[in-house]
Design a protein around this ligand. Structure first.
Ligand SMILES: NC(=O)c1ccc[n+]([C@@H]2O[C@H](COP(=O)([O-])OP(=O)(O)OC[C@H]3O[C@@H](n4cnc5c(N)ncnc54)[C@H](O)[C@@H]3O)[C@@H](O)[C@H]2O)c1
Length: 350
């Protein structure tokens, strides 16, 4: 993998995974351009790229307005496409917002990208959420696609745009279906970003960690450094043997084990609560990815085990505390547009 002097575009590069990738690419000598609209309710944080800010170009624009930065598309060697909304709960609260972010903006972007830079390699951040509640474990890429929330539906549509455009020779895209990612630069301030963000936020603020019901559901958390490695490999491969890959973590742990590991490191307690109905409805039960296709084709494997990765993450957040957690804790979901939109949506009969 040699990214020296390569021109790369990272969409969503102010967010959690995109910024980790942009920082690493900058350090490797790539010419990095970030496109990020700092969409309220998503994880954009300028501090995420502070260490390399003078070395990269930031375009503060919505992905769907790609016409306005067409010149940046024309020159790029690889596009890492990570702009999106991760929250399943936000997607159920404001489905049209999720459609706009995860699908409509992607469609507009890809239409302009294929015109300005036909055939370019695109690595798209897909999600394991598209599989819904697993019929079997570990989940391979042939598992049926049966999402249980709008986020899964919309992300799947965007994945299909990438795959269709590659089938007809307009782009050269690969979709990485990511499992729960954790590590430095997550948006801990914003609730509803997933269980790992919630556990970290509560633990770092000295609050109890809440596990719903038995907490026996499995997850295979993957450290963001392992995910960045996967994106770099997929971006650099001269040819692709497949276009859809699962990227999961090195081990499956129950949510209770995950909570207890974090609690031990931070001195908080783990408490049991009944599953809130709105969350139960979109819960997928246990999940573990079968990433053997990606491991085989790219000689990759997730190296960072959870106990070590989360210890390092906690240390990192303690050093950068005020940039991720401060006294201004958000009410509701940190989505300014959410309340008005939700009121409007309530008028629609269920
Ligand atoms: N974090 C995870 O565990 C996880 C798991 C599976 C998939 N993913 C996918 O990975 C990608 C990155 O996730 P993340 O955790 O870094 O999220 P994040 O919210 O931290 O970052 C997403 C970034 O995209 C930007 N953005 C959103 N819509 C945009 C638009 N239309 N135009 C320009 N910028 C826009 C936001 O401002 C934000 O900075 C997402 O597409 C997500 O669906 C993440």
């Amino acid at each position: 993998m040699d990214y020296r002097n390569k021109t790369v575009l990272v969409t969503g590069g102010l967010g959690f995974i995109g910024s980790n990738l942009a920082v690493r690419l900058s350090e490797m000598g790539a010419r990095v351009t970030i496109v990020d609209s700092s969409r309220p309710g998503c994880g954009a944080n300028p501090y995420n790229i502070a260490s390399v800010a003078d070395r990269l170009r930031l375009i503060t624009r919505d992905l769907g307005e790609a016409q306005d930065f067409a010149e940046a598309l024309r020159s790029c060697d690889v596009v890492f496409n990570l702009a999106g909304e991760v929250s399943h709960i936000h997607s159920m609260m404001a489905p049209e917002r999720d459609l706009e972010i995860n699908t409509a903006a992607q469609l507009r972007f890809l239409e302009i990208l294929r015109r300005e830079r036909p055939g370019v390699r695109v690595v798209y951040a897909g999600t394991r959420q598209v599989y819904g509640a697993p019929r079997y474990l570990p989940v391979d890429e042939d598992h049926p696609v049966e999402p249980v929330d709008y986020n899964g539906v919309h992300k799947h549509a965007a994945s299909q745009y990438h795959l269709m455009l590659s089938r007809v020779g307009a782009l050269d895209a690969v979709v990485l279906r990511l499992t729960n990612v954790y590590g430095p630069r997550m948006a801990l301030r914003i609730p509803c970003q997933g269980v790992l963000s919630a556990f970290l936020r509560r633990a770092l603020l000295g609050e109890d960690l809440e596990v719903y019901d038995s907490g026996e559901q499995l997850r295979d958390p993957v450290h963001v450094d392992d995910v960045v490695e996967a994106f770099l490999l997929a971006g650099a491969a001269s040819s692709l043997r497949a276009r859809t890959y699962n990227v999961g973590g090195p081990e499956a742990l129950s949510l209770r084990q995950i909570a207890e590991t974090i609690a031990q490191l931070t001195g908080v307690r783990v408490v049991t609560r009944p599953f809130p109905a709105d969350r139960k409805r979109i819960d997928i039960g246990s999940y573990r990815a079968d990433s053997s296709r990606f491991q085989r084709d790219f000689a990759w494997s997730p190296r960072i085990r959870f106990a070590e990765g989360i210890r390092r993450s906690i240390e990192w957040y303690r050093q950068h505390f005020e940039h991720y957690l401060d006294a201004h804790r958000p009410a509701l979901c940190g989505m300014p547009e959410h309340q008005g939109r939700q009121r409007r949506l309530k008028l629609v009969p269920a």
